[in-house]
Design a protein around this ligand. Structure first.
Ligand SMILES: [Zn+2]
Length: 73
């Protein structure tokens, strides 16, 4: 089993320039089983997650990367 634990898409992260659909498509091509979408300071859209998860038959877990004064967690 292969899991990506930290990925951003332009759907919720200004630092990313790839759509969630294209991002998950690439991970699927690479054989990744599960992707954690950790958008910056915003929770990923659950409907977009569900739709793309079904489209590519890949597990997607939503998450948030919080920005703080000293960095991110
Ligand atoms: Zn990050």
């Amino acid at each position: 089993m292969t899991i990506e634990m930290h990925a951003h898409s332009k759907s919720g992260s200004k630092c990313s320039n790839i759509s969630m659909d294209s991002l998950i498509s690439k991970y699927k091509e690479l054989g990744v089983d599960t992707v954690c979408i950790t958008e910056r300071d915003v929770f990923p859209d659950p409907e977009e997650i569900q739709s793309i998860s079904q489209k590519y038959q890949i597990k997607i877990f939503p998450g948030i990367e919080w920005s703080l004064e000293g960095g991110h967690f």
